[in-house]
Design a protein. Structure first.
Length: 86
């Protein structure tokens, strides 16, 4: 019976410490998951405008914009998705 209580206490301690580690790490993980801040990028803003317009007029992603820089393409797509409400 004493061994059973000890095993239960050990398992409970491991569970609580794992939960505490997740709670401490959560803010850092959220920051990384959000990605870069494109809000001041002009291609992001263009994507936002076109995404909102397509959402308002029930259109699909008809404007296939292609930018020379990969970073501009990612910013546009992020803005478009945000503008569509995705």
């Amino acid at each position: 019976m004493n061994l059973k209580n000890w095993v239960l206490a050990f398992a409970l301690g491991i569970g609580l410490s794992g939960g505490a580690a997740q709670a401490v790490a959560a803010p850092f993980l959220q920051e990384k998951e959000q990605g870069p801040d494109y809000t001041k990028n002009k291609t992001y803003q263009q994507g936002m405008r076109e995404g909102r317009d397509d959402q308002a007029h029930n259109k699909d992603h008809s404007k296939k914009r292609h930018f020379k820089k990969d970073e501009d393409q990612r910013a546009y797509e992020a803005g478009y998705q945000k503008g569509r409400g995705n």
